[in-house]
Design a protein around this ligand. Structure first.
Ligand code: TA6
Length: 314
């Protein structure tokens, strides 16, 4: 495996002998690219701001310590939506690689990149807004199974705190055709051929329908309009993105119980200044694993770890 840090020290890139690669901005420890079998699996807005002045519109932003607009009368009340992790510069802590054995011809090469964020790296306003002594280690591992991203949260203080976390993954929607991304049959390659499975048998909060609670009975969810659902306490650990009813990406939760499915659709996409092209909502879907229903409580000195393994079927 090969690991490079950009000349301006803003981005770390890792590449495997297979050609698979991952790119991580130190800003927000935001994964902005994950390529496997020569294809980009993540969606990144053409107007995504990548200079560290605003959370990235695309890739995998990290949501911590609060998901969504923070509640009133809570320790997170004065934090911005989705917390500070995605809009603070993390430290690159280093890499660990495993070389494949001569016989496996690169089959089990893998590379793990570690990033750190602790209270001392926060802006004064973030530290004031959420005055807890914490440290995060975010591990991004690229291997033959896919991309694993794990967040380790540690309470470095004596006072307990509560938090939510979520990986706000923007996945690219295309239809593979004999290994190539093409308009296989002239039909537009987009969200109309996508469905999401693995969400049945639980309840979800529908934020498009005024955050009302619904039961989720159908085995798959098609995206036919603005979609913003928080599926809670899912029993099984995998949410899959199907294209033409065939599994394309599996998003496997690790020690997390909730999955959010989001597509802004036409109007909301147009209304976001950093969302481009306007039609881009047809080529992306967010499947976001997290612990966002209620709060995780962490006692002083304790740690929590949760994340995802994303596997591509291409
Ligand atoms: O994950 C879905 C969501 O909470 C939506 O409600 C929408 O707000 C989206 O996140 C994007 O939020 P952002 O703060 O990145 O514009």
């Amino acid at each position: 495996p090969q690991v490079d840090i950009s000349a301006d020290n803003s981005k770390v890139t890792a590449k495997l002998p297979t050609g698979d690669s991952v790119e991580v901005l130190l800003y927000g420890a935001t994964v902005i690219s994950w390529k496997s079998s020569g294809q980009e699996n993540l969606w990144l807005s053409q107007k995504a701001v990548l200079d560290g002045s605003k959370a990235v519109r695309g890739g995998i932003p990290i949501v911590f310590p609060v998901f969504g607009p923070p509640p009133q009368n809570h320790a997170t009340s004065s934090l911005p939506q989705h917390g500070f992790a995605r809009s603070t510069r993390w430290e690159y802590l280093g890499k660990s690689t495993s070389e494949s054995g001569a016989l496996s011809r690169g089959g089990d090469d893998s590379v793990k990149l570690d990033f750190g964020l602790s209270q001392s790296q926060l802006s004064p306003e973030s530290r004031k807004a959420w005055p807890y002594d914490f440290s995060l280690v975010y591990s991004v591992t690229l291997g033959k199974d896919g991309l694993q991203t794990m967040l380790n949260v540690r309470n470095e203080g004596r006072e307990s705190f509560e938090f939510q976390m979520l990986l706000h993954s923007y996945f690219a929607v295309k239809v593979a055709y004999r290994g190539r991304w093409a308009a296989a049959d002239g039909v537009e390659q987009n969200i109309s051929r996508v469905s999401i499975s693995g969400l049945a048998g639980t309840s979800y909060i529908d934020k498009v329908l005024d955050a009302t609670e619904h039961s989720s009975s159908s085995p798959t969810l098609s995206i036919t309009g603005e979609t913003d659902r928080v599926y809670k306490s899912l029993k099984q650990d995998t949410t899959s993105i199907l294209q033409d009813d065939k599994p394309h990406l599996d998003v496997v939760r690790d020690n997390l119980t909730d999955t959010v499915v989001w597509n802004p659709w036409k109007e909301k996409a147009k209304a976001m200044g950093d969302f481009a092209p306007d039609e881009g909502y047809k080529n992306m879907v967010c499947v976001e694993v997290g612990s966002v229903d209620g709060w995780q409580k962490l006692e002083g000195g304790d740690t929590f770890e949760g994340g995802q393994l994303v596997k591509s079927h291409i």
